[in-house]
Design a binder for this molecule. Structure first.
Ligand code: ZN
Length: 373
């Protein structure tokens, strides 16, 4: 994670870079910023700067052994603490550090939800338990391997319970030598005031729409128009922007799939139907269920468009253009039966029925219903 990979935050990054260049890194820092501000990737970039063996013009080279180890979160002097879903087998961050590395490398702007999805623990409470404090002391008691100091990044310290927070406070009050603490918090207001008073705060500001749009264009290869629309909806949260983008891409792909389905339903063609069915079977059950839900939403919108309030139609952009052409095929005679067919297909897909048979049947029934005048 190089500084250049971080969206915006020039001021915070500039301050951090000067600290390293002037060799005036405080023993405890608080990277404070809301979700999607980039404070976690910035902490990793900063660690890279601290450990780089061959800095270039005062900045990390990104290619030396140390830079590589930090980038993969496997540098032996870089320790990570983060919320976990506590269980019999998982007592501290260490027990799931491999999963955390994977989640971070996949998406450095990850939020707590992403992390708990990775753990398959969506319904559990994220927590940094008191056992973690003992583990922090244990890690810091080792001599450093490669650098002159150890770095302890604590992501979401606000998830510490009272006991853990008090232990952390004790550690910060008598900091071990050659150790840098970086607290990376989305909610510093939930931290003990006594902890805040022990750290130097680096604020990460809400990103501007322009910064988010530029980040999307530069790194995710999207059109300026999509980038701009996404940035407006993301409200300063880059993680949110990426989520919106994925949803948008998915809905475009469902739209294409649905359009092909409807063309077959309007004018049945056995060869084309079979190839659509093969393609559809390969997408897997979850996508097939989502496709059916997508179809249900289009029918509802088509009915709304024909008989209700057009302002309540949710589809826009490319999907809206399709809807305007498609809506005339939906009427009071076929609407309810189409909904019924799509719903019952959903039911059978969930119960592992053969998707090829089900969808062939669905094309034929839709063909009959959509041609009802
Ligand atoms: Zn380097």
């Amino acid at each position: 994670m190089l500084y250049q990979q971080i969206i915006g935050q020039k001021e915070a990054l500039g301050r951090l870079q000067r600290m390293v260049q002037e060799k005036r890194v405080p023993h405890a820092l608080l990277f404070s910023g809301r979700e999607g501000s980039g404070n976690l990737p910035a902490a990793i970039a900063f660690a890279q700067h601290l450990y780089c063996i061959r800095p270039q013009d005062g900045l990390p080279c990104g290619t030396c052994a140390s830079c590589n180890k930090v980038a993969k979160l496997i540098h032996p002097d870089l320790h990570l603490v983060f919320p976990i879903a506590k269980s019999k087998d998982v007592k501290t961050s260490n027990d799931v550090v491999k999963e955390f590395r994977e989640a971070f490398l996949q998406q450095p702007y990850l939020n707590l939800n992403d992390w708990f999805n990775e753990l398959n623990a969506e319904n559990k409470q994220p927590l940094i338990p008191v056992e973690e404090a003992a583990d922090i002391l244990r890690k810091l008691s080792y001599t450093s391997y490669e650098g002159s100091y150890k770095t302890m990044i604590i992501w979401q310290p606000e998830k510490m319970n009272v006991e853990a927070a008090n232990k952390l406070l004790k550690i910060l009050e008598e900091p071990p030598d050659e150790t840098i603490f970086i607290l990376v918090s989305n909610h510093p207001d939930q931290l003990l005031a006594t902890i805040i008073s022990r750290v130097q705060t680096i604020p990460f500001y809400q990103l501007s729409e322009t910064e988010i749009a530029e980040g999307l264009i530069g790194k995710y290869n999207v059109t300026p128009e999509t980038a701009k629309q996404t940035a407006i909806l993301a409200e300063g949260d880059f993680r949110e922007a990426l989520g919106i983008l994925t949803q948008h891409e998915e809905s475009v792909s469902f739209l294409n799939h649905f359009q092909q389905f409807m063309r077959l339903a309007l004018k049945f063609d056995a060869t084309k139907a079979l190839s659509w069915i093969d393609e559809n079977a390969a997408t897997g059950r979850e996508k097939q269920k989502q496709f059916l839900q997508y179809g249900l939403a289009v029918f509802r919108d088509a009915l709304m468009y024909n008989f209700g309030d057009r302002d309540l139609v949710r589809l826009n952009g490319q999907e809206r253009q399709f809807l305007e052409k498609f809506a005339p095929f939906i009427n009071q005679k076929n609407y309810e039966r189409l909904i019924e067919e799509f719903n019952s297909n959903y039911y059978y897909i969930e119960r592992n029925a053969n998707p090829k048979i089900l969808f062939m049947d669905l094309i034929l029934k839709t063909n009959e219903l959509i041609n009802l005048k």
